[in-house]
Design a protein around this ligand. Structure first.
Ligand code: NAP
Length: 434
């Protein structure tokens, strides 16, 4: 008897779990990888920056898994309210793994954050990556000044995309609506705000290095923000490289031929978004480091801006009936175990940290746990899901259908781009059924 496994979410965590379960169980497992969208790969398609194509190449590895006989991609199937419930899945499969990632923004928790012009990174990244949920975002790019909050790689991605010329997107799968909007952007000043100092950033060396290579933007760092250079020696090598790059930015005058300035500001924490009817400024409090933490000094600074992009981390979306940790923004779990037969993996398990590769050991660990705890039964698995989906009027998209969407996107790519994504689910479905 084969083990029936449902994995909800077709991003990196979902595929690594499938790959691991397949290796462990050989032909004795049937895996359905379910996604609410008709397109697979989650964060690889909708999160990884469009001008970082080499990172997206990992999806080829997931394709191999998706095309094996005992693994199936089941797209266009919502799980939770209005779709298939987790209880229904548990009735059909021996184990269910939630690999749903963390697709929503952690709130800033400050007054004014709901003003128009304040965007979360999930929305802004989703917009330029063509996620159907964010097509209508219309970021206010007529503003000359933008503030990006956070000192992680997502903040760098957002600032870099805002700073680039359309020509710099050659070879990128950024969607046409974003290229058009960015092509008429009036943005001249981008301030990336850290609530702590340059020794506490979460950037990685390649990502910070790219900020010094932009065609129309110069990085600007105040030399006064750094601790004595000798203190860099104690840093972990990757962070030391990042800090060395920031010091090089601080030592170099902005290029007078580049009209856009990207400031890296430190020791400032957001306290209020100001504006009448829309964002007009961000109020920040100066901080100092106390035992590694940002402590407010009481001194306020207002930065005028017409757009704020908050890049302070993500949250998993709750699913009815699944225990949820509000503070951590993920499912309540013990090493990935939620309840008998129900597991979670990746960002839905541990929160939004780590690279794509971090999901590999995570996926392998959860597959080991399932192998130790779950035995095959006579549950119906995929045949049961097909029947239930038909009953609920859900039109399942298979991996072969996705390959039709893929081919249509590649065929409509503008010159030099790998694809032009469909941004509406209806258009994806038309291509899948063509
Ligand atoms: P992150 O690396 O955890 O950075 C979040 C940033 O937000 C930190 O600088 C944090 O500051 C700051 N922050 C949190 N709460 C704040 C608040 N209330 N006010 C002001 N600042 C606040 O997260 P991320 O940038 O969202 O990235 C998520 C993961 O994806 C990371 O592991 C990242 O490396 C990865 N990623 C990788 C790439 C790539 O490899 N190219 C691209 C994108 C994302 P504190 O440190 O002070 O808490």
């Amino acid at each position: 008897m084969a083990l029936h496994l449902a994995i909800v979410g077709s991003g990196p965590a979902g595929y690594y779990t499938a790959e691991a379960a397949q290796k462990l169980n050989g032909g004795d497992v049937r895996i359905d990888i379910i996604d609410r969208l008709p397109t697979p790969f989650g964060l690889i398609r909708a999160g990884v920056a469009p001008d970082h194509q080499s990172i997206k190449a990992v999806s080829r590895r997931y394709e191999k898994t998706a095309l094996s006989d005992n693994v199936r991609f089941v797209g266009n199937v919502p799980v939770g309210d209005g779709g298939i419930s987790v209880d229904e899945l548990l009735g059909l499969y021996d184990a269910v793994v939630l690999a749903t990632g963390a697709p929503t923004d952690r709130p800033l928790g400050i007054p004014g954050e709901d003003l128009p012009g304040v965007l979360g990174s999930a929305a802004f990244v989703g917009w330029y990556n063509g996620h159907p949920d964010f097509v209508d975002l219309a970021p206010p790019l007529e503003s000359e000044a933008v503030v990006v909050i956070g000192n992680g790689n997502v903040a760098i991605d957002c600032a870099r995309i805002l700073a680039k010329l359309p020509e710099e997107f050659e070879g990128a799968d950024i969607v046409q609506h974003a290229v058009d909007a960015l092509g008429t952007s009036q943005v001249k000043r981008i301030r990336i705000i850290g609530r702590r100092g340059p020794h506490q950033v979460s950037f990685t060396p390649k990502e910070i290095g790219e900020m010094g290579e932009l065609a129309r933007a110069s990085p600007v760092v105040d030399p006064a923000v750094f601790p004595p250079v000798e203190e860099d020696e104690a840093l972990e090598p990757g962070l030391r490289k990042v800090v060395t790059t920031l010091r090089a930015f601080a030592a170099t005058a902005p290029d007078p031929n580049k009209p856009v300035l990207v400031y890296f500001d430190y020791f400032l924490r957001p306290v209020e978004v100001l504006g009448e009817g829309r964002v007009e400024a961000l109020r920040l409090e100066r901080t100092r480091l106390v035992e590694g933490r940002a402590e407010g000094t009481g001194e306020m600074v207002d930065i005028p801006c017409g757009m704020v992009v908050s890049c302070i981390g993500y949250r998993t979306l709750p699913i009815s009936g699944v225990p949820y940790d509000e503070r951590g923004g993920r499912f309540v779990n013990d090493e990935g175990r939620i309840s008998p037969g129900l597991y979670c993996v990746g960002w839905a398990r541990r929160g939004p940290t780590g690279t794509i590769g971090t999901n590999r050991p995570d996926g392998y660990a959860i597959a080991d746990l399932i192998a130790a705890e779950v035995t095959a039964s006579d549950k119906m698995g995929r045949a049961g899901l097909d029947a239930l989906a038909a009953e609920k009027g859900i039109d399942i998209v298979t991996f072969r259908d996705w390959q039709k969407i893929d081919a249509a996107e590649v065929a409509r790519a503008r010159g030099g781009a790998p694809r032009e994504k469909f941004v509406a689910v209806d258009d994806m479905m038309s291509a899948a059924r063509s």
